[in-house]
Design a protein around this ligand. Structure first.
Ligand SMILES: *Cc1c(COP(=O)(O)O)cnc(C)c1O
Length: 233
């Protein structure tokens, strides 16, 4: 059983790697520029151990309780990324289990995560999630581009957070190229005030090529790596 799933994950990983290789080549970027984050939400802890065997050491989770339960079960040393929206009352928990929070989208959350990191006796890496949604369309999360600099200043002024980059999700019904181009501009603006914020977390199973063409340094891959996801409960 376990071997079969390991083989399946290994095959999927080879395919994703081949896509990332090709996208880097097409964009004239070194392959080492782009890191793969395995989005393991809804999948069992056993898959995370198998991914670790395949040298996939970064995992993305979107729900606090699920991630906490898995972290207790997984033996392999992994780097845990929170990629889902964080309620303020959950911030303390998230700051305890996460190594990176990619979905910081408002100042009250940054403040709460800073306190949580302090309580956990650690520094927490955070990314600012930037909204790429045209106004008036369903929002897939993130701060408006005009508010990024103020949020960055707040994060950089807090004692237990490292601002390491930006994250975004392309809008549902639009051309991802245009969205990722906006993200690249917003990231360029941010780098002027936050030169260490080098990570651009963008691109998922369906649009990783477009994201890499516009400078993604991390792609977040769920379905193409782990298979069809059971619906979130
Ligand atoms: C679920 C999720 C992903 C992975 O999406 P796939 O299409 O399965 O690759 C990436 N980013 C975020 C923020 C997600 O919630």
């Amino acid at each position: 059983m376990t071997n079969t799933r390991l083989d399946e994950l290994a095959m999927n990983l080879r395919e994703v790697n081949a896509r990332v290789d090709a996208a880097c080549a097409a964009a004239n970027r070194p392959r080492t520029d782009v890191h793969i984050l395995a989005v393991t939400k809804t999948f069992p802890a056993s898959d995370l151990d198998l991914l670790a065997q395949l040298d996939c050491t970064d995992v993305g989770e979107s729900r606090d309780q699920e991630a906490r339960a898995k972290k207790d079960e997984v033996a392999a040393p992994l780097r845990w990324h929170m990629i889902g929206q964080v309620q303020r009352k959950k911030a303390k928990h998230v700051a305890a289990w996460a190594d990176v929070v990619e979905s910081v989208d408002r100042s009250e959350l940054a403040v709460a995560l800073n306190l949580g990191a302090q309580a956990a006796g650690k520094r927490l890496d955070v990314l600012i999630q930037i909204s790429l949604d045209p106004s008036g369309t369903p929002n897939r999360g993130g701060v408006d581009r005009g508010e990024v600099a103020a949020l960055a200043e707040l994060i950089m002024g807090s004692g237990h957070l490292n601002l390491t980059g930006v994250m975004a999700v392309a809008p549902l019904e639009a051309n991802p190229q245009a969205a990722f181009e906006l993200l690249a501009q917003a990231h360029g603006d941010l780098l002027r005030v936050a030169p260490a914020a080098l990570t651009v977390s963008a691109g998922m199973s369906g649009d990783l090529e477009a994201a890499i063409a516009y400078g993604a340094t991390q792609v977040r891959i769920g379905g193409a790596l782990l298979g069809n996801r059971p619906p979130l409960k």
